[in-house]
Design a protein around this ligand. Structure first.
Ligand code: PMV
Length: 329
């Protein structure tokens, strides 16, 4: 019996080695490999129904019809799925995030990973994990990393075939936690899609890319050997490098707020006193504070005492994206 409807769940992820800049914008082929861990507590659940009676694709996010920009991006993925899948009808996509909209938590990684699973299954496409990661990548680069389990490397590759993510260690490998300090809920002025296109306008991007293999190797070893100090140092350096590129792009992108810097400084001070913590920041003002699961409560409480921190979302390491009825990829 063919399946016309499919529901899937995928986690957001946080990168330790960041993706910033594409070698191919349309296909979202990045300029460097990146590393991330999935975030169990921040996820998207998506249902896709292939419906022969529809005259166009439909998209609902958290129960409301999505805006034109979001629909266009999802439509692009569904059009591609129809070119390679047996079923060619329009689809209705219903997507729900379990985290607050507008808290500055990027939802595109979880959303496009969940969409890749649900849309391909609903349209009758047989796709393995690498193929699903490639499909998710077309919607949002970082979404490629939300398909595999736990600690994930996205191999930049040079074309569609070679650019996909895979797990280097399962979620259970290392009980880390991410305490996200919510600083601003304002919508990003520059989306990451537009930001990637500006990366090459910074004179620092060339140096950032040239040094990426070194950082990637240090990160891989730190994860495999559970070396918190080494991961802390390379992840902060990598995040700072990406923001240096952002700040020196034309036009310049400044995502940090005064509270962002206050949290960064506090995290470094806490680490000096022996608390296992480090920061990493995406294209926004919020600070992801990585620690051990055993310290998650303490770090959350400490962050809440800092002026300007509106809230803290704390989560452990997440697994692979999965189909709700049928299990893992
Ligand atoms: O997947 P995108 O296009 O939203 O880009 C994500 C970029 C960063 O979050 C800043 C870094 C990363 O690797 O996740």
């Amino acid at each position: 019996m063919s399946i016309h409807s499919s529901t899937s769940v995928a986690c957001a992820n946080i990168a330790f080695i960041k993706y910033w800049g594409n070698r191919d914008h349309a296909l979202r082929i990045p300029v460097n490999n990146s590393f991330s861990m999935n975030l169990a507590g921040l996820y998207t659940r998506t249902t896709v129904k292939v419906d022969g009676t529809l005259t166009a694709d439909k998209l609902f996010i958290n129960g409301k019809p999505a805006n034109d920009a979001a629909l266009a991006r999802v439509h692009g993925i569904l059009e591609y799925v129809r070119t390679i899948a047996p079923k060619k009808d329009f689809m209705c996509v219903e997507s729900e995030n379990n985290f607050p909209t507008g808290a500055g938590i990027a939802s595109s990684a979880a959303a496009f990973a969940a969409l890749a699973l649900a849309a391909s299954r609903a349209a009758g496409l047989q796709a393995d994990e690498a193929a699903l990661s490639r499909l998710a990548r077309r919607g949002s680069g970082s979404a490629s990393r939300s398909v595999p389990d736990g600690f994930v490397e996205w191999q930049a590759g040079t074309d569609d075939e070679s650019s996909y993510a895979f797990s280097i260690a399962p979620a259970e490998h290392w009980p880390l936690a991410d305490c996200v300090a919510i600083i601003s809920d304002a919508h990003k002025k520059t989306t990451s899609t537009d930001g990637h296109a500006l990366a090459s306008t910074s004179p620092l991007q060339t140096a950032r890319i040239a040094d990426a293999p070194r950082r990637v190797e240090i990160c891989r070893q730190a994860i495999l050997t559970r070396d918190f100090e080494a991961l802390a140092s390379i992840a902060e350096e990598d995040s700072d490098l990406m923001h240096a590129v952002m700040m020196t792009s034309h036009p310049a992108l400044f995502y940090w707020k005064p509270t962002t810097l206050r949290v960064m400084q506090s995290v470094r001070d806490w680490r000096k006193t022996g608390l296992p913590v480090f920061y990493t920041i995406d294209a926004g003002a919020n600070v992801h504070v990585i620690t051990l699961e055993t310290e998650m409560k303490q770090v959350t409480e400490k962050l809440k005492t800092l002026a300007g921190v509106k809230d803290v979302l704390a989560t452990t390491v997440g697994g692979a994206a999965y189909w709700v009825d049928e299990g893992a990829v």
